[in-house]
Design a protein around this ligand. Structure first.
Ligand SMILES: Cc1cc2nc3c(=O)[nH]c(=O)nc-3n(C[C@H](O)[C@H](O)[C@H](O)COP(=O)(O)O)c2cc1C
Length: 206
């Protein structure tokens, strides 16, 4: 069982990053192999909408996307962590999401399987942290991730959404959120999948 954690926040001492590490430690405690990836260390440029992937299923832009894509395709579980920026994901996360258009093209235009037959079903969870209190902070992310995870052939297992956590590192003082993250990491690995039912939704106030 390979679990890939993608941390997209650009800042040090990031709240979403801390929760991601907790999820990965929960996943590792069940015996899964967990890999942590900090997206801002990779050089990935935005999708050019050149249309090449509609004919080939592959992205012609030469940068670190190929490295990250290989990890996404190899993973059995993905944990995608993002801060809330203007009611959505941060730019680093959005760039990665858009570049995965090549997988969408392979799946829906070329009708080619993007993942070979597997014994283990692929499942993902999403972590998002916002500084404001509640409201509609996670609506956009929820919808975006539904379509993104479908494009990369991942069942949508769970959300861990935290509002009212603005200051860097603040989430470390929130024992409930930190423990919930460990628990969701365990559940993500142990879930039999495929996730055909409802996505688990955990929303907490930081
Ligand atoms: C550019 C920018 C936009 C933001 N927009 C929102 C927002 O729309 N809603 C919100 O709740 N918080 C917003 N915030 C606050 C962050 O979501 C908050 O600081 C969060 O803890 C960041 O997570 P991180 O520590 O993982 O980067 C914004 C912060 C920045 C820098």
């Amino acid at each position: 069982m390979r679990v890939l954690g993608i941390s997209t926040s650009p800042r040090e001492n990031s709240n979403s990053d801390m929760l991601l590490r907790q999820v990965l430690s929960g996943a590792s405690s069940t015996g899964a192999e967990a890999e942590y990836l900090r997206l801002c260390k990779f050089n990935i440029s935005p999708c050019l909408a050149c249309g090449a992937c509609y004919a080939t299923g592959e992205c012609p832009v030469q940068d670190d996307f190929a490295v990250v894509l290989a990890k996404i395709l190899a993973a059995d579980r993905i944990v995608f962590a993002t801060p809330v920026f203007f009611m959505s994901v941060c730019a680093q996360a959005k760039i990665l999401i858009d570049r995965c258009q090549c997988l969408w093209a392979a799946k829906y235009i070329l009708k080619r399987p993007i993942i070979g037959p597997r014994e283990i079903s692929r499942l993902a969870m999403v972590i998002a942290v916002g500084g404001k209190k509640g409201g509609k902070a996670f609506d956009c992310i929820r919808l975006m991730m539904k379509y993104y995870l479908d494009a990369i052939d991942m069942g949508y297992f769970a959300n861990l959404f935290i509002s009212n956590a603005d200051e860097a590192g603040k989430i470390a003082d929130n024992a409930e959120a930190m423990q919930e993250a460990v628990q969701l990491g365990k559940e993500l690995v142990l879930a039999a999948g495929p996730a055909t039912g409802k996505t688990i939704d955990v929303e907490l106030i930081g």
